[in-house]
Design a protein around this ligand. Structure first.
Ligand code: PLP
Length: 390
């Protein structure tokens, strides 16, 4: 199923020797500059005419950012990539490039909440309609697709962690001429390479596993040269959500350990998920790795999943008793985190996808970090024991 490079082949992460790299440094320098000067008038004219490609201004092209874009494109098997100042900038710039007022988007349910808000506010004002479908129901997707310009996917979906047959879904989108887009932040290219499954564009919140250290907010999109050229030409320079050189440098460093971090998150996440499933206080664990088999195209699982407590557990006491698991949004770094569903249901920002998609009020989302499974399990067990109501 996976074509191109072996994502577990660490040689893929070695930065290529490049004589323009200062002092042949093993780590590429951060080209921390806003503008680039021209030696001559003629060189400037040739660049403006598009006869020569070279950096002019870092909102368009910056060598450090380009380096990260090249690495990510190679990992996902894309022809080109574009990096943004956040995952949401990647999502908004990508979606806006391919739709016009009056167009319709089909999206799977349980979307990332801020993507849901973008669709339900700004895009709605631009007269773009979004039809939400159950991504596990291919017939329903087929029925919703005629006339849609764009098909927006996540697999597995946010919070509910419902995995889909991405290849089958992209066949339906293609048949109806819709551009297919997937948010691959959860699996990362280590466990899912959607371009090889027929998806047109793959985007990431690079703030999560790609960066891997909770020290950068960034995004990226990859795909064919034609589609990426459209985003580069129509949205990126004018919406202006470009990644900074320093963030690109942090991401280049993060990518070098991505395969081993993902394997560690997978092992610890599965172990914790199985132990939670065995606890009498737990009603249900939403983790794609607990099913008999993973859906086609998904070769592994990461450290983010959710579970539902039965009645009789005080979730507030559980959250406050935890020591290693911190209360916090985001995920993908070293640290373990929880978000209680009860909190998300009270979120002021609207529209609230937690209500729209029926989030269970006794659900909790976990990110299993790299602190060590035994210590993490002890932390969870102590908190569950302390939160049991008589
Ligand atoms: C965090 C996240 C985003 C948004 O990315 P930012 O970098 O925070 O803008 C998009 N999709 C998913 C699945 C996410 O978890």
């Amino acid at each position: 199923m996976i074509t191109g490079i072996d994502p577990f082949d660490h040689a893929s992460f070695v930065v290529a020797h490049d004589e323009t790299n200062a002092f042949e440094a093993v780590v590429p320098p951060i080209v921390q500059t806003s503008l680039f000067t021209f030696e001559t008038y003629d060189e400037m004219v040739a660049t403006y005419r598009g006869e020569k490609t070279r950096p002019v201004y870092s909102r368009g092209l910056n060598p450090t950012v380009r380096h990260f874009e090249d690495m990510l494109a190679k990992l996902e098997g894309g022809e080109d990539a574009l990096a943004f100042g956040s995952g949401m900038a990647a999502i908004s710039s990508t979606v806006i490039t391919f739709i016009e007022p009056g167009d319709r988007i089909v999206a799977v349910k349980h979307l990332y909440p801020d993507a849901f808000r973008l669709f339900g506010t700004l895009l709605k004002r631009m007269k773009v309609d979004v039809t939400y479908v159950d991504g596990t129901d291919l017939e329903a997707v087929e029925k919703a697709m005629p006339g849609a310009k764009l098909f927006y996917m996540e697999s597995p979906t946010s919070w509910i962690m419902e995995p889909h047959d991405v290849a089958a879904l992209s066949v339906i989108a293609k048949k109806h001429g819709a551009v297919s887009v997937i948010d691959n932040s959860w699996a990362s290219p280590i466990f899912q390479r959607p371009l090889s499954l027929g998806v047109d564009l793959v985007l990431h919140s690079a703030s999560k596993y790609l960066g891997g250290h909770s020290d950068v907010v960034a995004g990226v999109v990859t795909g064919s040269k034609d589609l990426i050229d459209r985003i580069r030409g129509e949205a990126l320079p004018y919406l202006g959500g470009k990644m900074s050189p320093f963030d690109a440098w942090l991401l280049i460093r993060g990518l070098r350990t991505l395969p081993i971090r993902m394997k560690a998150h997978e092992a610890a996440g599965l172990d914790i998920a199985r132990r939670l499933q065995a606890r009498p206080e737990v009603e249900k664990v939403n983790h794609p790795g607990l099913a008999n088999q993973l859906p086609p195209g998904l070769s592994g699982t990461s450290g983010l999943f959710s579970f539902v407590f039965r009645e009789g557990v005080d979730i507030r006491a559980f959250a406050d008793k935890l020591q290693l698991f911190k209360l916090g949004v985001s995920w993908g770094g070293h640290e373990s985190l929880i978000v209680p569903g009860q909190v998300v249901l009270q979120q002021k920002a609207q529209p609230n996808s937690a209500h729209a998609f029926g989030m269970h009020p006794r659900s909790v989302r976990l990110h299993v970090g790299l602190e060590g499974t035994e210590a993490l399990w002890r932390d969870l067990e102590e908190a569950i024991d302390a939160a049991r109501q008589p």
